[in-house]
Write a protein that binds this ligand. Structure first.
Ligand code: ADP
Ligand code: MG
Length: 529
């Protein structure tokens, strides 16, 4: 069989048709509901204690910090109240020895010192006040205190807007005495030890940050429905009706939250959607990837969707083709040239034969190269993957398979988005039927840092806004188009509904989003007072 046909055959294994999409949407909605009822379900549906999303008129100066796997970021964010903001930030690598420190105090005092250094450099006035107080022993004035949002990307059992117990460390961290403790309190204790004018006001998950950042920046008055991440991993947080969050309402140990909005942001942890594979597509490559992963049977949706895995799926598909002696992939007879110096060669040590050897950014290169002869693809195979003198036919075969893997990922992403859009009930409001709503002043100031797409002919009040973040959705050329195509194939959404969905990239989600959560957390305190 010719190479082109072999490639088409493999690509066809990644087809995820309209019927498959629709069955998965129904399952997603079932799991959403189940996760709101009780613990230990496939979708965790974690209540975040965030009960409102911003509308762009929020104002003030806030701080946020982000403890990721590798870096610690400190930001201050000035919200101008017209959907725009300015952000100042600093970033330091977390020293390896602190990741495995003997006591949590060592790590958290390091973090507090970074906050102190940031204040000294960027907010001298606040820092000067702090020095004065240190000398005179005066109390900190309430108006001088920064509210800070703490993005903490490890599993926590959140029991309040600024309270959450560390469940376990991941990503190479191991400081046993922190497990089971409230990470906000650990940080606050070290901030207080330095007498800094900072209050840890909110504990933040990065998807919630994305939702908040997008809602602040999006045009129009209607709040954003969903914040979604398609980067190394994938996850989403959305605005749910409070009375549906049964497990929170029933929980006697739940912390205080503002009930007046009737809503709460829920972190789905959708990477684990359908771990039992009732509706997810499952090729031999998916099975192999999962079996050789560190967590077989877990994060099954994520393993078909996110950046960490798509390159590896492609690699497994290519290696399987190479193992078949009848498939002329990367073979001399196919190199299409008479030049004896350009025989195709997979060099020893090629990443093609190493687990995780292909990066998902290669799928973007494949999708964007439509040149005759696929020069970009061939160059990348040569330079990054040590496969030299590849023919145009080889490159075309790789492109075909890579495209199919990415398209399936986008159609799966559409499943999650569709389920949340349908479940929200926002589609049931007839387009154009809404009374003329008062619009924000200065609706669309020019903004270099935010892109949004959607259909121009939809009235602002009918838009269903979604914030997205992550390199995959940002850089893969057709990712959003594929999502939209799948949305149209879902009867509850259709052409009319798809037009109403607006997807905007929410940059700086962790910085701006965490600051916005610190702001709304302050409101809860005010309301309760
Ligand atoms: P993080 O998830 O750590 O916040 P990113 O959003 O940048 O970081 O996502 C990183 C993931 O995106 C990696 O898995 C990487 O392989 C993938 N990636 C990076 N660049 C691209 C690209 N141009 N196209 C598609 N995927 C990409
Ligand atoms: Mg990210």
């Amino acid at each position: 069989m010719a190479l082109a046909e072999q490639a088409k055959r493999v690509a066809a294994e990644f087809e995820f048709d309209a019927d498959g999409v629709n069955k998965a949407v129904k399952e997603f909605m079932r799991e959403m509901d189940e996760g709101l009822q009780r613990e230990g379900t496939e979708l965790s549906q974690i209540p975040t204690y965030v009960t409102a999303v911003p509308n762009g008129t929020e104002k003030g100066l806030y701080m946020s910090v982000d403890l990721g796997g590798t870096n610690f970021r400190v930001c201050s964010v000035r919200l101008h109240g017209n959907t725009t903001f300015s952000l100042t930030q600093s970033k330091v690598a977390i020293p390896r020895e602190l990741m495995v420190a003997k006591t949590s105090k060592e790590l958290f005092s390091f973090l507090a010192k970074q906050i102190e250094a940031f204040l000294k450099t960027h907010h001298e006035d606040h820092y000067a006040g702090h020095l004065r107080r240190r000398q005179t022993g005066d109390a900190i004035k309430e108006e001088e205190i920064f509210s800070l949002g703490f993005t903490f990307s490890f599993p926590v059992n959140q029991v309040g807007i600024n309270k959450g117990m560390l469940m376990r460390w991941t990503k190479g961290f191991d400081i046993p005495d922190a497990v089971g403790k409230d990470v906000c309190a650990l940080l606050q204790a070290e901030i207080d030890a330095l007498h800094l004018p900072v209050r840890v006001a909110a504990l933040v998950n990065d998807t919630v940050g994305t939702l908040m950042a997008r809602s602040y920046q999006s045009p129009g008055k209607t709040g954003t429905l969903l914040g979604a991440i398609f980067g190394t991993g994938t996850n989403g947080a959305y605005v749910e009706k409070l009375n549906k969050v049964a497990k929170l309402i029933k929980n006697k140990d739940a912390g205080a939250y503002d009930k007046s909005t009737g809503e709460m942001v829920v972190n789905t942890e959708w990477g684990s959607f359908d771990n039992s594979l009732r509706t997810l597509p499952n090729t031999s490559y998916d099975i192999e990837l999962d079996a050789k992963s560190v967590n077989p049977g877990i994060q099954m949706f994520e393993k078909r969707v996110s950046g960490m895995f798509l390159g590896e799926i492609l690699r497994l598909a290519l290696v399987t083709l190479l193992e078949d002696p009848n498939v002329p992939l990367f073979r001399d007879e196919n190199s299409g040239t008479n030049d004896i110096h350009s025989t195709t060669q997979i060099h020893e040590g090629s990443p093609l034969f190493r687990q995780w050897g292909i990066d998902t950014s290669f799928l973007s290169i494949c999708a964007s190269d439509n040149s005759p002869g696929y020069k970009q693809i061939r160059q990348t195979l040569d330079r990054d993957y040590m496969i030299s003198a590849v023919s145009a036919e080889d490159a075309e075969a790789v492109k075909e398979i890579a495209g199919a893997i990415a398209k399936r990922a986008a159609r799966l992403s559409a499943v999650a988005i569709a389920a949340i859009v349908i479940d929200s009930g926002r589609l049931e409001k007839t387009p154009g039927a809404a009374a003329t709503t008062e619009k924000k002043a200065d609706v669309n100031p020019p903004r270099g840092d935010v892109e949004s797409s959607g259909r121009g002919d939809v009235a602002e009040e009918d838009v269903i806004d979604i914030g997205a973040d992550g390199s995959l959705v940002e850089f893969y050329p057709n990712f959003e188009d594929y999502i939209r195509e799948a949305l149209r194939e879902i009867p509850e959404i259709g052409e009319a509904g798809e037009k109403r969905v607006r997807i905007g990239i929410a940059k700086d989600g962790s910085g701006v989003g965490a600051a916005l959560i610190a702001l709304v957390a302050g409101r809860v305190v005010d309301d309760a007072a």
